[in-house]
Design a protein around this ligand. Sequence first.
Ligand code: CUA
Length: 322
Amino acid sequence: MRRSLPVVCLALLALALAGTALAGNGGFAPAAPASPNENGIRAVYWLILGLTGGIFVIVEAALVVFIVRYRSRGRSREAEGPQVIGHTNLELAWTVGPVLILAVIAAFVFYKVGGIRNAPAATGGAETVRIEGHQFYWEFVYPNGAVSINTLRVPENRKIELDIVSADVAHSWWVPALGGKLDAIPGQTNRESFRATKLGTFRGQCAEFCGIQHAAMLAYVQVLPAGKYDSWVRQRLASPSEVGRETFQGVCATCHGLSGQGDIGPAIAQRPLLADRAALTKLLRNGGVKMPAVGKTWSDAQLKAALDYLAKRFKTGSGSGG
Ligand code: CUA
């Protein structure tokens, strides 16, 4: 039993590390950065991993050396070994060492934290987007009033200022490739900014437990070339049908299914309520027994877009109309 213990320990360690290595993102590394903000987080991560990894190796090596060197060699259990009382230099070293290490970490974090929380002004100007956390979706409101659900579009290399709010309970905005997380708290606006330096779509996830569909509260950030973004945001304002479709898919379908067939929420496809605009408006604005007030903060235009889409898609009686 004694001899097999180290083998068991090594096997457990190997198993633990194998999972990490296979987890993607290069194993131990955080998400591949697509913004200077995330570069800062990575730099802090590697510094702390390097220091703590080094300490781990030193401590474990010392442990092994002591186990081997001071083993009992057949001495009786009661025999006392030679006594060592105090060693001033050693005690100074293990007091000053950790203080220095902590000072290095603190200094480096303070040096980096500004760039993690906020992007410096970019030559391409700045753009302010309001991010609303809702049970259970993200709504993005662009400077011109256009909205999108769950997928935020941003221009490449332009500073994006985020005003993060919540319409109901606490959520947390987090897209790892683009920067740190920031809570969406009712009654408060939290601000951060970032600048995306890579084209592509980056995935995020609500990072604060907010109710039964918290896990389904995904977020995507699509980074577009600046010109393409500008035309998209202009076109989106003039496309209520797209807003209606996105609202159904991103808001209603999360609980009622993509065909309204029901999921954790009841089936809605055949409900006569869908044809009653006044009653439906009341339900969306105020919520129901179990349903959150998903449309509490929608503009009248977005509410109309959603009602029009529902009416077109689920013509009463015909099930899946469109
Ligand atoms: Cu929103 Cu969890």
